[in-house]
Design a protein around this ligand. Structure first.
Ligand code: GSH
Length: 195
């Protein structure tokens, strides 16, 4: 929403904030998960559905293209993030960072770390020829994979050599929305196995 200069009110729910089981919230999202948006009565849940809704409704020519071919360059990376990168990174993040040290399963962690490395090497090859995932400019397609970078590169683990991903990460960090909403401290999650 910051990328699109939209005004909004943000209510924190879940984790220490609670509220996910409140009937009013469940009426908005029966799954009881965040994020959820309410855009003048249009309620949308699932983060990628929210991204597509906002981008197509308010971001045409900014982060979204009405041309299906052009939009597909962005879209494929959103779906790849959902089906591949995010599950791999969640395995690493939960297996390593969110599991207390004595309980860590190192075979699982090493496997997840390797899968993430493979994912980022693949991204690195793609980004060798262009600054953003869909081409020359930032689009909605950069958001899902881009948001994983902050936590991944904050873990202080062994990383593959991915200069193009790091350059893309540096470009994202120049964006105020990324700094304000993605680069948030997460130390309180270390060794915390519950939401
Ligand atoms: N696939 C969903 C995942 C939603 C989800 O798992 N949200 C988490 C936070 S990232 C949540 O609400 N956790 C609180 C809980 O389950 O208590 C999406 O992308 O929106």
């Amino acid at each position: 929403m910051d990328e699109l200069s939209l005004d909004y009110d943000h209510t924190e729910l879940g984790g220490d904030f609670g509220g996910l089981d409140d009937p009013n919230f469940r009426a908005m999202n029966p799954h009881g998960k965040v994020p959820v948006i309410d855009d003048g009565g249009t309620v949308v849940w699932e983060s990628h559905a929210i991204l597509r809704y906002l981008a197509s409704r308010y971001g045409e020519g900014i982060v979204w293209s009405a041309d299906p071919r052009e939009q597909s360059f962005s879209d494929r990376w959103m779906d790849w993030s959902l089906s591949r990168l995010q599950p791999d990174f969640m395995d690493l993040f939960w297996g390593y960072y969110r599991t207390p040290e004595p309980k860590r399963n190192w075979d699982f962690i090493k496997d997840a770390q390797q899968r993430c490395a493979d994912d980022f090497v693949l991204l690195d090859t793609h980004l060798a020829g262009q600054p953003f995932l869909a081409g020359e400019t930032f689009t909605v397609g950069d958001v899902p994979a881009g948001t994983a970078l902050f936590r991944y590169f904050s873990l202080e683990i062994e990383y593959p050599d991915v200069p193009n991903v790091r350059a893309w990460y540096a470009r994202l960090q120049e964006r105020p929305g990324y700094r304000a909403h993605v680069m948030l401290p997460f130390d309180d999650m270390k060794g915390k196995e519950t939401f």
